[in-house]
Design a protein around this ligand. Structure first.
Ligand code: 5GP
Length: 195
């Protein structure tokens, strides 16, 4: 809970809202990284998924990697990150999914070498933001292709006014977000109360 309050305060004081519902948190998460704070967020994710049997974390490059590593450290598990790349460079040795980028509007193929996800794996999916849910759906598709179990997902900042969180929860996936923004304008950011 301390990490959640601190994250909300950091978003309030350092976050910048841009056109198209884009929140920039480049001062502590997306470009410069506040490492002590990152580790606190990772510790909170580890607490939320304690005892859940997760043996591996799956994220997507680039901005999911930092928080995934922080959580993985406290959970004592490895991190696998999906790479973004051109479909024609991908071999049959990879699990692939198409993902529309929220911030750029382009469609990327994300992929993971088949060596790094096995059907016995119990995965925790991690990303920095949840907006329309395309990145998370891409990771879910990769997990499904591998036949691995998805224990749940953990997100640093969910924009609750966008459709991704509801859509993915309604598919029965556990989604834990450290901060959920219900409303965001140039002048105010309102958070969903969490217990
Ligand atoms: P989604 O796929 O859920 O629509 O968007 C999530 C992905 O887009 C995340 O991987 C994140 O990198 C990026 N993203 C979505 N919304 C934002 C935002 O408001 N700010 C930043 N910095 N990244 C975002």
């Amino acid at each position: 809970m301390i990490a959640i309050r601190a994250l909300e305060e950091k978003i309030q004081s350092e976050g910048q809202v841009f056109a198209g519902n884009v929140l920039k948190v480049s001062s502590f998460l997306n470009q410069q990284i506040d490492t002590a704070f990152l580790l606190e967020m990772g510790k909170e994710i580890a607490r939320l998924y304690e005892g859940s049997g997760v043996n591996k974390i799956l994220t997507v490059e680039a901005s999911g990697i930092a928080i995934a590593v922080a959580a993985a450290f406290y959970m004592g598990v490895p991190v696998v990150f999906a790479k973004k790349g051109d479909a024609k460079n991908l071999s049959s040795d990879r699990f692939c999914a198409e993902v529309r980028s929220f911030t750029k509007g382009t469609v990327n193929v994300i992929s993971v070498d088949r060596a790094y996800i096995k059907k016995e794996d119990k995965l925790l999916l991690i990303d920095d933001f949840l907006a329309d849910g395309n990145a998370l759906k891409g990771l879910l598709n990769i997990a499904a292709e591998a036949g691995a179990e998805v224990v749940g997902a953990a997100i640093a900042i969910e924009k609750g006014f966008q459709k991704g969180g509801d859509a993915i929860r309604s598919e029965g996936v556990r989604v834990e977000s450290l901060a959920i923004i219900d409303k965001m304008t140039d002048t105010e950011i309102l958070f969903r109360p969490q217990d």
